[in-house]
Design a protein around this ligand. Structure first.
Ligand code: NAD
Ligand code: IPM
Ligand code: MN
Length: 357
């Protein structure tokens, strides 16, 4: 069996971290005879520079044909002044919506070795293992109308629309209930139903789903409280389900519980379980080109790819075990450095994972 993996390194640290993940994938490909073939394409600023669009037709065509996609990150100051439709981020958003990757899984797991790298006290975060299920192709990111308009008084007004249909809510709800069922049977839906009608409907549909999943205990929390609870007592959560923008924000917050945003992988899936895998962080322009970025979020995203899109649980486990072993050895990129550990570069971290494999 042969499977096509599309690599989209993107911008900033993207190429540096994807290179390490690619080497790790190549290694497990040999070791477990996975039959993976690798292809690369341009997205984001790299695509803008080469073809004047953040999502070239060729990239989208390759993405549609791929069995799975691994993306680094897009964006950077070079392209920040471009109009919205031409920004690198539109390349990523275009991939998500074209492939209908509505279910974004963002697991925040604290490796015990990193307890002292977290900005929270070890007893608050030790043993942390939560899953944020973020809706990814709807909500305020995609709602119409949107834009900047001129008002009669001569002022400009910027506006976006926060909308969800029942079916959009139901399908992300089902993903979250299924995940909760396979974990601890506990699901917290995060909304702003005290203010926004769209999330009143969100809450209603989530409640409806409890009839399909009577074994899952559903609770609701307002997003402002959830942001606070995540740093007060994060272990009260197991699976969190929320909309596109709240999920974006809460997952960056959850990343810090695990020591660094450089540790947080993600999977973006459609209903055929085709998936795009990417670290939760961005292109980190402040450290790009220095060879110091943490490649582990991308390497762990590759493990998620093996598990969710390719059904290669054993290879996925091997990568995760290798990451854990490297942390045992005390090797740390700068973002997770703590007393008594040794600072390594992006490449050295990748090398160490390879060696552990
Ligand atoms: P960012 O995640 O790129 O960086 C935030 C901070 O975290 C920076 O200090 C950065 O150095 C650090 N960081 C991020 N990843 C790291 C890693 N692997 N190792 C060590 N440190 C790491 O967020 P930002 O600065 O707000 O955004 C920069 C650019 O990235 C913007 O153009 C933004 O739109 C884009 N972005 C892209 C994605 C994506 O492609 N999925 C996600 C988020 C942001
Ligand atoms: C992420 C990023 C993206 C998002 C941006 C770059 C479009 O922040 O993947 O978390 O907001 O979804
Ligand atoms: Mn984000």
């Amino acid at each position: 069996m042969s499977r096509n993996i599309l690599l989209l390194p993107g911008d900033g640290i993207g190429p540096e971290i994807v290179a390490e993940a690619e080497r790790v994938l190549a290694r497990v490909n040999d070791r477990f005879s996975l039959g993976l073939n690798f292809e690369q394409a341009l997205v984001g600023g790299a695509a803008l520079d080469a073809c004047d669009t953040p999502l070239p037709e060729d990239t989208l065509a390759k993405a549609r044909q791929a069995d799975a996609i691994l993306l680094g990150a897009v964006g950077g100051p070079k392209w920040d002044a471009l109009p919205m439709a031409k920004r690198p981020e539109k390349g990523l958003l275009g991939l998500r919506s074209s492939l209908e990757l509505f279910a974004n899984l963002r697991p925040a797991i604290l490796y015990p070795q990193l307890a002292s790298a977290s900005s929270l006290k070890p007893d608050v975060v030790s043993g942390l293992d939560i899953l944020i299920v973020r809706e990814l192709t709807g909500g305020i990111y995609f709602g119409q109308p949107r834009g900047v308009r001129h008002l009669e008084n001569g002022e400009r007004q910027g506006y976006n629309t926060y909308a969800y249909t029942e079916s959009e809510i139901r399908r992300i709800g089902r993903v979250a209930f299924e995940a909760a069922r396979q974990r601890n049977g506990k699901l917290c839906s995060v909304d702003k139903a005290n203010v926004l009608e769209v999330t009143v409907l969100w809450r209603e549909v989530m409640e409806d789903l409890t009839r399909e999943y009577p074994d899952v205990a559903l609770s609701h929390m307002y997003v402002d409280n959830a942001a606070m609870q995540l740093v007060r007592a994060p272990k009260q959560f197991d699976v969190i389900v929320t909309g596109n923008m709240f999920g974006d924000i809460l997952s960056d917050e959850a990343a810090m519980l695990t020591g660094s945003i450089g540790m947080l992988p993600s999977a973006s899936l459609n209903s055929q379980k085709q998936g795009m895998y990417e670290p939760c962080h961005g292109s980190a322009p402040d450290i790009a080109g220095q060879g110091i970025a943490n490649p582990l979020a991308t390497i762990l995203s590759a493990a998620m790819m093996l598990r969710y899109s390719l059904g290669e649980e054993e290879a996925a486990n091997a990568i995760e075990a290798a990451v854990s072993q490297v942390l045992d050895q005390g090797l740390r990129t700068a973002d997770i450095l703590s007393e008594g550990t040794r600072k390594v570069s992006t490449r050295e971290m990748g090398e160490a994972v390879l060696a552990a494999l």
